[in-house]
Design a protein around this ligand. Structure first.
Ligand code: GRF
Length: 204
């Protein structure tokens, strides 16, 4: 399957996917395109380094969100993209993208949803004082981190843990969980039944 990865930031998750693809460890997934809303993001640099085409756009330069997403969808269609992975893409998907790719977009989020949606989920978890947080991979709908949950993994929060340290440990889990879900998804082992996701023969 032909996959596009959307990223706005450092792109460490993107890098894991690119490295695995290079080593032929991404099953039936091929990363055909990286999309970014931040041309200066490190993720864009990583795509270039890996020789993967990158569409880096400045949303403000478009008349509105619809026009911005139409540009993206045009590129996705041209490249015959089947699936989209949001890996640190800091924007909500609007109607144009969801009409074209609804049910074919997954997102990675650094908390056990539905706890701590939105920005700075790790900071939110620390401030709340929960003893466990974690990582969620879920399908994307029009809400903020609200779509059907595919996979979750808990991370125990240690006493006096700094945000940096917890972030490092959460990212370790992300780097393991995202590729695993992507492989299982493109290989047809993940199905949605209303809000509930059926995950057959999960590896790992
Ligand atoms: C990850 O923590 C992801 O869960 C969140 O944004 C972060 C992206 O990190 N949505 P990176 O850009 O992959 O390093």
């Amino acid at each position: 399957k032909r996959v596009a990865v959307f990223a706005s930031g450092s792109g460490s998750n993107l890098q894991v996917l690119l490295d695995k693809a290079k080593n032929d460890e991404l099953g039936g997934a091929v990363i055909e395109l990286v999309v970014s809303d931040k041309p200066e993001a490190k993720a864009v640099e990583r795509a270039k380094q890996a020789g993967v085409p990158c569409l880096a756009l400045v949303p403000k330069e478009f008349a509105d969100k619809a026009a911005y997403e139409e540009r993206i969808v045009r590129e996705l269609k041209q490249r015959e993209i089947d699936f989209i992975v949001l890996a640190g893409y800091m924007r909500l998907c609007g109607p144009i993208l969801l009409e074209a790719y609804g049910g074919r977009i997954i997102n990675l989020h650094p908390s056990l949803l539905p706890a701590f949606p939105g920005k700075d989920a790790i900071g939110q978890a620390l401030a709340y004082g929960v003893k466990y947080t974690g990582v969620t991979v879920h399908f994307v709908d029009e809400g903020m981190d609200t779509g059907p949950i595919i996979a979750q993994e808990p991370v125990k929060i240690h006493d006096h843990e700094t945000k940096e340290e917890l972030t490092r440990r959460v990212q370790e889990v992300e780097h393991r969980l995202l590729p695993q879900v992507l492989i299982d998804w493109v290989e047809g082992r993940i199905h949605v039944d209303g809000r509930v996701v059926i995950y057959e023969n999960r590896r790992g």
